[in-house]
Ligand binder design. Sequence first.
Ligand SMILES: [Zn+2]
Length: 287
Amino acid sequence: MKIKKFSKKPLDLESRIGAKPIVCYPNSNIEDDSLIILHKARENLIKKEEITIAPRDAKIFEVKTGDFFRIESIEGPQVGDLNLFQSNNLDEKFYSGKTRALYGTHLSVGDKMYSSFPYLRSLATITWDTLDWYDYDEDGGSVHDVIGTRCDPYTSKLLTGKDYHYCCHSNLTRALVKEKNLDIKEAEKIIHDVLNVFMCTGFTNDTKQYFMKSSPVRPGDYLEFFAETDLLGILSACPGGDCGSGHSSDEAKCYPLKVSTWSVNEKYLKDIKPSIISSYNKKHGLD
Ligand SMILES: [Zn+2]
């Protein structure tokens, strides 16, 4: 935060300020025409499976390369915290920070969910968003952010002094332990910063602090993805419910979420290019 200022302004202030912002990672080089193909393909989706995630809990789901999946609001406004892994190599996981650097604070249709180093490729492309009409509101808020990490028991303990076991971080960890038989330490280490599905967030104008407000999501709304590799997903139904008041407690009204997987005849995907891991030679200047 930039509230406390102890240093004097320099005499050459005028020459140090007012530079024009330049986008750090212009993303036009990674734009492709896959969305046109995927939008045609999604008109022919066939439902495979669906699971329901109970409030304040998380579940694992698997999606095959070339299939689609949807995260759907079913009974009431509810936020979901999503982790994504390459299902055969859990070391390759969603990289929220780099995805944010490429696409901005909130994701929507056409944005790709990039994986961690040294892989850095698209794990999934967002193909449909029934909330894309929300855009950015007058507070600079929007839905589906990649700025808010995930609610967790450590920050909660730091700020309130209380132990709470149903934050998204714990829900995601518990799902890996229960459904993948991972040791709790191993599981907790690979849980990563999430895509905050349906959550409405932004930064305050004055202090630039992370804020949340009641999500505009309603039953029937969904966010849809195309899987570019075999995926293991974990979705937590956040204890904050619609995140309009608090989180990290049992106080908010919470609802379940649905995850469904969908296939499409491969003839619709024949022009989709495979998502390939980074070809950087990994020498880092050391020969
Ligand atoms: Zn949460």
